[in-house]
Design a protein around this ligand. Structure first.
Ligand code: NAP
Ligand code: MG
Length: 454
């Protein structure tokens, strides 16, 4: 077994050594998880519900510990990290209602009765990226377990600490051994094995579009079920008739939250030309006020990037001569800091404008009218998220229907509510997570006809 040393993105100091699973270890855990499926699927719905509620309440009593781990491992602000741990609790609570409500249908047919059942799939392989280690894990394992599946979960190599702790808390909550298993390791070893091992019946992958495409190809071999949450380059569209002050004050958080390491980051800012200068001057004030500091501080609005690699990747997008409009601040000294940065691209072909940077960088373009805004917003291979700022309700409805993205907000930048479906259009993904229908992604529909003729 090899080891990985977790590095604090804030201090650049080693935090912990993590043992990484190899292929043989991964296969052993998958086999154990398949065995546990045979009993977990038969646990009475009420008992399964109670165990998930227990798990939620154990997570609730460890919110602060989990949040501190995420600050240490990932450099998330403490405020965000508490929300993230709370989100795991909420998702578990929400889906704890599902085992007792996993309804099928009784469909009228001639000569008998017909019933559909929602059957669990088996072992679900969840592959988690480093940007939101806790929530993205929970969106997979909450509904997966509720539907009667068992889970193997691979955290990103560099951010395994909260997932490992969640695995321990599941046991503490009484979830039977083998039902929910966290396997730290490399994507190229553990993640790949989830795809190739036939005992894993579905992959839930969140991460880069490139790796997602490879996983999709790999799943084809076994016609393995698959949900993909991939990248984004979402538009924040500011119309002249909006509350400009509010839109400008909120625009930094829409892209710089989590240091821009967010697939929903509104990293393209489209501003109607007639209010462009007014918006930009208010936006500049808001960007310069955005607090980039030690993420453990209660006042922090942004921490460092997750790793030296990610910092280098972001820097590559800003070669000499990049048209920077203005930047926010960042601390001096150790840590993978990058100041919030606002670019004025020459046109829509600029690399920083088109590609997902996954750092605190936003590109601003002007637009003329509604049709122009829709055309520019949709000129992307991605389609995950986005915002529309307007006081004209007809316009807000027209534009939100026309923008090709899975999650839009009007006069708000919020992307994720666990009650509602989340996922992408185009190359941002395949399938939906969260919301009332998430169980469909973790079950097969079985149809049974009973002949009642004598
Ligand atoms: P990534 O390579 O796609 O990693 C995501 C997850 O997939 C990690 O757990 C990774 O494991 C695993 N993985 C990697 N290669 C795999 C393979 N061949 N088979 C199975 N699993 C595999 O993302 P990244 O390299 O961390 O980040 C690169 C870029 O992707 C970012 O800059 C950003 O643009 C984008 N990204 C998007 C999201 C999102 O939420 N949509 C999240 C993260 C990154 P290891 O990390 O352990 O290798
Ligand atoms: Mg990678």
């Amino acid at each position: 077994m090899s080891k990985f040393t977790v590095i604090s993105p804030t201090t650049e100091k080693p935090v912990k050594e993590i043992e990484l699973a190899d292929l043989a270890a991964t296969d052993l855990v998958i086999a154990k998880t398949e065995k546990a499926f045979q009993t977990w699927r038969k646990v009475n719905p009420g008992d399964r519900a109670r165990l998930l509620r227990n798990f939620a309440s154990i997570v609730d009593s460890h919110i602060e510990e989990l949040a501190q781990l995420e600050v240490l491992n990932s450099g998330h602000t403490i405020g965000n990290a508490r929300w993230e741990a709370g989100n795991v609790r909420d998702v578990l609570n929400y889906y704890s209602a599902a085992p007792e409500r996993l309804f099928g249908k009784q469909i009228p047919v001639p000569n008998g009765i017909d019933i559909t059942f929602k059957e669990p799939l088996g072992v679900i392989g969840i592959i988690v990226p480093w940007n939101f280690p806790m929530p993205i894990a929970g969106w997979g394992f909450g509904p997966a377990l509720a539907a009667g599946n068992t889970v193997v979960l691979k955290p990103a190599e560099i951010t395994p600490m909260t997932a490992i702790r969640l695995g321990e808390l599941a046991i503490e909550a009484g979830i039977p051994e083998g039902v929910f298993n966290v396997i730290p390791g490399k994507g190229s070893i553990v993640g790949e094995r989830f795809v190739t091992n036939p005992l894993v019946r579905k992959i839930v992958f969140t991460g880069s579009t490139t790796v997602g495409k490879g996983i999709m190809r790999g799943c084809a071999d076994q016609v393995k079920r698959l949900t993909l949450e991939l990248g984004g380059k979402s538009a924040n569209i500011i119309f002249a008739d909006s509350d400009i002050q509010k839109a400008a004050a909120n625009a930094p958080g829409a892209v710089f939250d989590n240091a821009g390491q967010d697939c929903c980051a509104r990293s393209r800012l489209l501003v109607q030309r007639s209010v462009f200068d007014k918006f930009m001057s208010e936006f500049e004030v808001a960007v310069k006020k955005f607090r980039v500091e030690d993420p453990a501080l209660e006042t922090a609005e942004m921490g460092p990037l997750v790793s030296a690699t990610q910092l280098a990747r972001v820097k590559e997008y800003l070669p000499q001569g990049t048209p920077i409009a203005f930047q926010g601040t960042k601390p001096e000294g150790p840590g993978y800091w990058f100041a919030p940065t606002v670019l004025l691209p020459k046109d829509a072909n600029d690399r920083a404008y088109r590609e997902e940077i996954f750092g605190p960088v936003v590109s601003v373009l002007p637009f003329e009218d509604e049709a122009d805004a829709i055309r520019i917003a949709n000129d992307s291979d991605y389609g995950l998220s986005g915002s529309i700022w307007s006081r004209d309700i007809g316009r807000a409805i027209r534009v939100s229907r026309a923008v090709e993205a899975g999650n839009l907000s009007v006069n708000s930048n919020s992307s994720v509510r666990y009650w509602t479906p989340f996922g992408g259009y185009k190359q941002s993904g395949l399938g939906r997570e969260l919301g009332p229908d998430a169980l469909d992604a973790f079950t097969e529909v079985k149809n049974v006809f009973f002949d009642t003729q004598e």
